[in-house]
Design a protein around this ligand. Structure first.
Ligand code: SF4
Length: 704
């Protein structure tokens, strides 16, 4: 076991984007974890995953030494080999022949230096992240509407609203502490209503006053109908839309041309007219409305349009920047937001700047003291692996993620990694479905050993602190990246001794030539000394040098980050999913998380308690479909699509819509025979955000 230090430290949970605070008590070699009563996300509470974190602090399965071509290696040799492969590839094929695929599990400091190395010094935008799978559509939707990627609300708004619309979000299982907060608020406020919009009747329906089990993919039709009703409702105050938004006439005209009626929309969404009418009535009459959305909206070939159709309804009613009124994207991963802040996506630049903006590029070039930054868009996750398979990317470095299980169409990921000349993987776990394709393995610190910051879904930056002594031969991700950068000749630009030095550089960059023109600004934190950084309490951004009070809500002044300072109403039309069912693949596959596992289970499966909730992959199917197919309930079935196949135990579930199936994402070929559902998931992505379509794959089901 790790050598424990004796201490009590505040840190954050390893899992979801709620970003709960924990108190780790490391006493006499035993760690116990409790909720941090002072953390504004959770006020001392933890869900099943957070409360079992101590069970996952273990040396079991850890990657403890570097390896090169299957042989144990020194760090020096492994980093020399990695640097040589990258430099050789750049020399022969150019910088775009190298790619990084990183993770929302990285801390902000790790993310910052990875982004700096790729964009500033390798000279390519080929760095993308598994956060592409979680919230890229929200990022693009925010940018289209607000001119910047901003979540305008805070968690308190979920408690202060009178109507909470949960769209494509199983908050009860995926963000359990927020669900508990909403549940408690509803008990205290009998007037509060909750509407769940989800094809499945999920655990979140426990508190729903209305469940709209819409046909998968019909969200835009639903919100366009709502927008039409808002525009046709005379008494509704449209002052905000007229004063602070652009595109009102174009949106009205477009919605009129769509001729959306109650009956046609109810038919498109496959819900009753009564329920649709009730939802619209509640929305129109409730000024304090929050629409919280998550992967059910984002993971779609029309994800960005879905996001904007939601935001349109809030802008049209001025329900933004006010207590209990906002569109609210809830992120999936613990540091997806930190990744957005450092520009860890292939189409963003550091500190929410834009690689296509010459002024922004100049700011970053000067600050990093690097040669010209690339103006060519980098490859987004799915596209990146397609390019690896096609031989255009020769070296890929995968950090803290397991794309062979987590990315859609994942047989292609396997083939790509098999063909790629150099695969570098840095991880804390030795045997994952991805590490087996690595030529070079670099042992990284895991949660509990790492030290840095994360940002949660309400823009709150918290310290994640080291609570146990790291294993002997493992390094922090930022340290691995900096040592490799030094081997490539960039020692001066990557000469950091600790996470604090990286954080204050990141904070300083956010304030350069900003003057309120860019949303992300934490320049007030640039002068934190090491002790202040160590003691940093959870802090919401923005936090500028001229305004040191952080703000819970944005856009209260009706000013946005577009050139005109007005929000943009975006006209969008409902579209069918890219791949539709046919006689060979008659069912729609939906995928998602379950309550007690996390992603590819590399951490959560270490807890016996979590494994008890659900020990194997399952497929939920309506009993009528089971009868019609002549399948045996609780038997193993095969799920097939045009892209691949997987197996799971069949569960009869009347809460599924007929003709639709659900399978959790957590199982792989290593931990359960042939249950890697990502192999079945189709290859469609949103044309703007590049986010993969995880919620709509045509499949067949048969007895195994
Ligand atoms: Fe951890 Fe999320 Fe649970 Fe909070 S809600 S304890 S962050 S998994």
């Amino acid at each position: 076991n790790p050598v424990f230090q004796h201490q009590i430290k505040a840190s954050t949970c390893a899992y979801c984007g709620v970003g709960c605070g924990i108190i780790a008590n490391n006493s006499a070699g035993k760690v116990s974890i409790a909720g941090d009563p002072n953390h504004p996300a959770n006020f001392g509470k933890l869900c099943s995953k957070g409360s079992t974190l101590a069970q996952t602090i273990s040396t079991s399965g850890r990657l403890i030494t570097p390896q090169v071509n299957g042989q144990v290696s020194s760090w020096d040799h492994a980093l020399d080999s990695s640097a040589a492969a990258i430099q050789d590839s750049i020399k022969k094929y150019g910088p775009d022949s190298v790619a990084f695929y990183v993770s929302g599990q990285l801390l902000t400091e790790d993310y910052y230096v990875a982004n700096k190395l790729m964009k500033g010094f390798i000279g390519s935008n080929n760095i993308d992240t598994n956060s592409r799978l979680c919230m890229a559509s929200a990022v693009a939707g925010h940018k289209r509407a607000f001119g910047a990627d901003l979540v305008p609300a805070c968690y308190e708004d979920l408690e202060h609203c009178d109507l909470l619309v949960l769209c494509g979000s199983n908050l009860a299982w995926c963000h359990p502490i927020l669900f508990q907060r909403v549940k408690a608020a509803k008990l205290n406020n009998p007037e509060m209503r909750v509407v769940v919009i989800d094809p499945r009747e999920t655990a979140s329906c426990e508190i729903a006053d209305l469940h709209l089990a819409i046909k998968p993919g019909s969200d835009v039709a639903l919100f366009n109908y709502l927008a039409t009703a808002i525009l046709n409702n005379e008494p509704l105050d449209q002052h905000f839309a007229k004063e602070h938004c652009e595109g009102l006439n174009a949106l009205s005209h477009d919605l009129n041309s769509q001729n959306l009626s109650l009956s046609s929309t109810a038919k498109t969404c496959d819900i009753s007219g009564e329920n649709l009418s009730l939802f619209v009535d509640w929305f129109l009459k409730t000024p304090r409305t929050v629409t919280a959305f998550s992967q059910g909206v984002n993971q779609s070939s029309q994800g960005v349009d879905k996001v904007n159709s939601i935001i349109n309804c809030h802008l049209l009613t001025g329900r933004i920047g006010k207590v209990g009124a906002a569109p609210f994207s809830i992120t999936g991963q613990p540091n997806a937001m930190g990744g957005r802040e450092v520009g860890g996506l292939a189409n963003t630049l550091a500190a929410h700047m834009d690689y296509q903006n010459s002024e922004h590029r100049q700011i970053v070039e000067n600050f990093w003291q690097c040669d010209a930054l690339s103006q060519t868009p980098g490859l987004k996750a799915q596209q990146l692996f397609e390019h690896v398979k096609a031989g255009q990317v020769k070296v890929i470095w995968i950090m803290a993620t397991n794309p062979v299980v987590s990315l859609g169409n994942s047989d292609l990921v396997k083939q790509a990694l098999e063909l790629c000349p150099t695969v570098i993987v840095s991880d804390c776990i030795e045997n994952t479905d991805t590490t087996r394709y690595a030529n070079i393995l670099l042992p990284a610190m895991g949660w509990s050993e790492k030290d840095g910051t994360v940002t949660n879904s309400e823009r709150c930056i918290s310290r994640q602190r080291q609570i146990v002594q790291p294993l002997d031969n493992v390094k922090a991700d930022w340290q691995i990246i900096c040592e490799l950068a030094a081997k490539m000749g960039f020692s001066e630009q990557f000469d950091y001794q600790n996470a604090h030095q990286i954080f204050i550089e990141h904070a300083a960059l956010s304030g350069i030539s900003n003057n309120g023109s860019r949303a992300f600004d934490i320049s007030a934190m640039a002068d934190l000394n090491a002790q202040q950084y160590e003691n940093l309490n959870p802090t919401q951004w923005p936090l500028t040098t001229t305004d040191k009070s952080s703000r819970s809500r944005l856009f209260s002044d009706g000013r946005f980050y577009t050139a005109s300072r007005k929000a943009q109403l975006i006209a969008v039309q409902h579209k069918q999913a890219k791949h539709l069912c046919d006689e060979n693949y008659p069912f729609i596959l939906n995928t998602g998380r379950i309550r007690d596992q996390w992603h590819t289970q590399t951490r959560s499966r270490l807890s016996a308690q979590l494994n008890n909730h659900q020990s194997e992959a399952y497929l939920s199917l309506h009993p009528n479909d089971i009868n019609q197919l002549g399948l045996k309930n609780e038997s193993i079935v095969t799920i097939k699509s045009h892209w691949g196949q997987a197996q799971a135990r069949l569960i009869s579930d009347p809460k599924q819509r007929v003709g639709e199936v659900f399978c959790p994402i957590h199982w792989s070929d290593s931990n359960s025979s042939q249950s890697r559902i990502s192999a079945v998931v189709n290859n469609a992505t949103d044309p703007i955000s590049g986010q993969p379509e995880f919620k709509y794959t045509p499949v067949s089901i048969s007895q195994s």
